[in-house]
Design a protein around this ligand. Structure first.
Ligand code: GLA
Length: 381
């Protein structure tokens, strides 16, 4: 069954916005292979806004932008499949997409059948576009497409993109394999470029432009809703974008992984440096994300220090995981007492810090120095 572990892949949007073409996609496919990303588990190549023509065909079908994709839809789909990967497309539950291309409102069944005929594997479905559509509850708009995809006869991963607007952790998991829980991320660790909402339960427009830390903050309220096949999606990764330090990129990846978000790379793969590649391919951290229990870490308020040190814990198969995040811009010395975290394990705890590989045998606590914005990830057994 698809979607039982959070999906992993790459998406055009964070770097290319709507400006990409077949060459960009083909280069990405070959880099996913040559950089070891495919081997690490990244399998979906998702063409966000920009793959489509700005209008339907005369008889009302979605069509690919033939300037950017002169070989047509079959050529790019075959290219991705022939290289052992899967392909995703972007659409919208309104009459228009956010970039004013055709949405699927009123065309759900027809478009789902088109996707199946094209052999598409992943459908990201957005929340923009048109007053008439907006008067329908999101459960209806997104649910109609769920039913249409089910009728299409093809197993298509359904990625609901409703920006957390109407609290989709209460309904989105029944509709999609994943659902976005926040407005759009920006390539910044702490500084927002928008993002009026600092909590999950917040009614405010002007949602986009959220920093990595803001999105982590919102998950405090909703991490308990993560279950296999119903993933809150913290948005595409900004690792390799902007100018985050190695510690910031590790923190970004550790939280997206341990909180069970889909892991969708949003960088130009041809520009990734070795630090970013090492973060994105860390097998131990990816294993947390893909762990068969599918339980996200929770924020442990009693062990944390607000605005300074955050501690999150959760179960994984065969043990527990503890994230220790230094929220400050300066190094801090921290002692983590595992026996005070209600972990259901005691005595003889063995710990491994997954970024450094450092191990401790039979410990109750670990004292360490955290770099600015660093997160250490302890796996306990
Ligand atoms: C919205 C989504 C983004 C991206 C753009 C494309 O902002 O949240 O992830 O798909 O639309 O226009």
């Amino acid at each position: 069954m698809i979607g039982q572990a959070p999906q992993m892949g790459w998406n055009t949007w964070n770097t290319f916005h709507a400006n990409y073409n077949a060459t960009v996609v083909e280069q990405t496919v070959s880099l996913l292979n040559s950089l070891g990303l495919k081997e690490a588990g990244y399998e979906y190549v998702v063409l966000d806004e920009g793959w489509q023509a700005s209008s339907r065909t005369a008889d009302g079908y979605l069509q690919i932008n033939s300037t950017s994709f002169p070989g047509g839809i079959k050529s790019i789909v075959d290219y991705v499949h022939d290289h052992g990967l899967k392909i995703g497309l972007y659409g919208d539950s309104g009459m228009l997409t956010c970039g004013f291309n055709p949405g699927s409102y009123g065309y759900e069944i027809r478009d789902a059948i088109t996707l199946a005929e094209w052999e598409i594997d992943y459908w990201k479905y957005d929340n923009c576009g048109g007053f008439a559509a907006m008067t329908e509850a999101p459960e209806v708009r997104f649910g109609t497409m769920k039913d249409a995809l089910a009728l299409s006869g093809r197993d298509i991963l359904y990625s609901v993109c409703e920006w957390g607007y109407q609290f989709p952790w209460h309904w989105g998991g029944d509709i999609g394999h994943s659902y976005r829980m926040s407005g759009d991320i920006t390539a910044s660790f702490v500084n927002e470029t928008g993002c009026a909402c600092k909590t999950a339960y917040c009614l405010n427009t002007g949602y986009a432009g959220c920093s990595v830390v803001s999105i982590i903050q919102k998950m405090r309220e909703i991490s308990q809703y993560q279950t296999p096949g119903h993933w809150a999606d913290m948005d595409m990764l900004e690792i390799g974008n902007g100018n985050m330090t190695l510690a910031m990129q590790q923190t970004h990846f550790a939280f997206w992984s341990a909180l069970k978000s889909p892991l969708i790379i949003g960088a130009d793969l041809s520009k990734l440096d070795n630090d970013s590649i090492s973060v994105l391919t860390n097998r131990d951290i990816i294993a947390l994300n893909q762990d068969p229990l599918g339980v996200a870490v929770n924020y442990i308020e009693s062990a944390s220090e607000e605005g300074s040190i955050q501690i999150w814990t959760g179960p994984v198969r065969g043990g527990n995981v503890v994230l220790v995040f230094n929220e400050k811009s300066y190094p801090q010395t921290v002692t983590v007492s595992f026996d005070q975290l209600n972990l259901n394990i005691s005595g003889n705890i063995n710990a491994k810090e997954l970024w450094s590989g450092k191990q401790w045998k039979h410990v109750e606590q670990v004292g360490t120095i955290l770099e600015p914005y660093q997160t250490m990830v302890f796996q306990l057994s």
